[in-house]
Design a protein around this ligand. Structure first.
Ligand code: TEU
Length: 559
């Protein structure tokens, strides 16, 4: 497979609002990021994915942009941005910006103009439709509850918003919209950034006529069925031609609903669209009747099946991304592992081993390298996320879920659980701010923080540092073929990676126990003379029969 820098990289996601506050207003900012660049260098990450820092009214914490070429006041200035970018590049760290162009803020000048009149030159930058029999133009649901249409009395019409009503969808079928977006992207690339993470990019092409979706029994609105639309690849190839192909970039498409076949188009090896995509099948395994609002746990056999499918079926055709958490997901340790104090450290290292030994570009979400856990919210007034607040109202008002159960689900699956401040040290507010943080700090910051872990060679932080270094050291981790072992096991995830080299074959065996009790594993004959590359236990040598400690992980390399 062709070598590319972004195939060999490890990406670190910064959610700027909660990363580091430099001026005591309780909100993270660019100067705060600058003050922590040496931490990122120490960890060894190659790329930073920076969630949006553009001017925004913050209805969806920056994913509602009112000026793509200005920095949100709370985060600082464009000069701060330039200093941050220079500081990253001086340390050999690349910067990937979050591109949110399926929608803008309703306070973006384009939309302010568009809503003024039906014949405004910007009218067709968005989707405006007449109502039907006094109702919305179709039955589409918003991802943030309710209808995907908002009535606007200025022109007695509705506009489309797949997310909040302050996030009107851009009409990508309008070539003027595409040209405006490409011009803005070139402006950022000319500033020297190194790529884009493309927010809900699989939704930008809607079916002609915006047809109704399939209504489930009892539902008032339907999933819009807008992913992988009729022109999405055409528009991305145009973007590649107008922007991406002119720079040495890494691009990752956030593609809810993407299939293997679609991923082979989005992340095609010939580079005519994107470098890679985020697929979401593994983080949908524990969904239930009300989507994410459940207390279901992921079944390991399902997890292995999905991860193995993406490892095996993309191989050679397109490149994988690897993630267990981000700013939209609960903390991976709490969701996929066990965050109980007696198991937390072992389990965090095990999950990291399981993910980072796979083929694809790994993403570390801020705090994951410390084994940070879900933050508990005692009441709704501690919750900040519009998705959770809207869902609470919709599901409890409707009487389908009790407020107590909904708070439980918010604590298990709500986005705020992973959006609380980065835990830097054991001082007040975990060293994140000298002010009042915009959202509560996880009470466990005295037990889980960066300062303690940087001083402890056995910490989760130093384990991640070793994993990240190994990816640079061993080509088999990046380019080796994947093969699942023991698919039927409900507690063990074991797989191999194999790389043919000119002078031999490297083979890696990865064994991860997801069990809270001892498990046994028979080591295949060929690995008996291998070396332990990394492990979270005290194991020194390879025996035929491993008695794995709870949440033990080990990777054995045979050259
Ligand atoms: O998320 C897309 C998306 O589908 C989210 O709604 C996510 O899957 C869901 O919240 C999981 O419960 C992107 C951004 O990552 C997210 O932060 C934004 O809120 C959203 O788009 C709108 O821009």
């Amino acid at each position: 497979m062709e070598r590319k820098w972004w195939k060999e990289a490890v990406v670190y996601q910064i959610y700027p609002r909660s990363f580091m506050d430099s001026d005591g207003d309780g909100v993270g900012d660019l100067k705060g990021i600058i003050s922590r660049l040496d931490y990122l260098k120490e960890l060894g990450v190659d790329v930073v994915w920076l969630s949006p820092v553009y001017k925004s009214p913050n209805d969806d914490n920056g994913y509602d942009i009112s000026d793509y070429q200005a920095i949100m006041e709370e985060f600082g200035t464009m000069e701060d941005f330039d200093r941050m970018l220079a500081g990253m590049h001086e340390r050999g760290i690349r910067l990937v910006m979050d591109l949110v162009v399926n929608h803008t803020s309703d306070e973006h000048p384009w939309f302010v103009e568009s809503r003024k009149s039906k014949d405004n030159p910007y009218r067709d930058y968005y989707f405006w439709r007449e109502g039907k029999e006094g109702k919305e133009p179709n039955n589409w649901a918003s991802c943030f509850s309710g209808s995907a249409w908002q009535y606007d009395d200025a022109t007695d019409m509705y506009y489309l918003h797949l997310f909040s009503k302050k996030q009107p969808d851009l009409n990508w079928d309008n070539p003027k919209v595409r040209d405006e977006v490409f011009s803005m992207m070139n402006w950022w690339c000319d500033k020297g950034i190194d790529g884009f993470r493309m927010d809900v990019i699989s939704m930008i092409s809607k079916k002609p006529g915006l047809p109704d979706g399939e209504l489930f029994p009892g539902a008032q609105y339907a999933w819009p069925g807008v992913v992988n639309g009729p022109h999405v690849h055409e528009y991305l190839q145009e973007m590649n031609c107008q922007v991406l192909s002119h720079y040495d970039l890494m691009t990752v498409g956030e593609c809810a609903g993407v299939t293997i076949e679609e991923a082979k188009k989005y992340a095609r090896a010939d580079g005519k669209e994107l470098s890679m995509v985020f697929q979401f099948e593994h983080v949908g395994l524990d969904d239930g009747r009300f989507g994410k609002w459940t207390d279901r746990r992921v079944d390991l056999r399902d997890f292995k099946r999905i991860m193995s499918k993406w490892q095996s079926e993309l191989a050679g055709a397109a490149w994988n991304s690897l993630f267990l958490g981000n700013h939209d997901q609960p903390r991976s340790l709490s969701r996929f592992g066990c965050d109980a104090p007696q198991h937390r450290v072992m389990c965090a290292k095990m999950l990291a081993t399981c993910l980072h030994m796979m083929q694809g570009t790994p993403y570390v979400y801020q705090g994951e390298e410390l084994g940070m856990t879900n933050t508990p919210f005692d009441s709704l007034d501690e919750v900040r996320d519009i998705e959770s607040l809207n869902a609470f109202r919709e599901l409890t008002d409707g009487g389908v879920v009790t407020p107590e159960d909904m708070m439980r689900f918010i604590n298990l699956r709500g986005r705020d659980t992973a959006r609380t401040p980065m835990q830097w040290d054991d001082s007040e507010n975990a060293g994140f701010t000298t002010g009042t943080p915009w959202i509560k700090v996880n009470p466990n910051y005295k037990e889980i923080n960066a300062a303690d872990q940087m001083a402890d060679p056995d910490s989760v932080f130093h384990y991640y540092k070793k994993l990240i270094a190994l990816r640079k050291q061993e080509d088999v981790i990046v380019y080796g073929d994947y093969q699942l072992l023991a698919p039927e096991s409900e507690t063990l995830y074991a797989y191999t990676r194999t790389l043919e080299r000119e002078d031999g074959t490297d083979e890696l065996l990865v064994i991860c126990s997801f069990a809270g009790q001892e498990e046994t594993f028979e080591i295949p004959e060929k690995f008996l003379d291998g070396e332990i590359l990394i492990g979270n236990g005290r194991r020194e040598s390879v025996e035929r029969r491993f008695i794995l400690a709870p949440y033990e992980a080990v990777a054995i390399l045979k050259r």
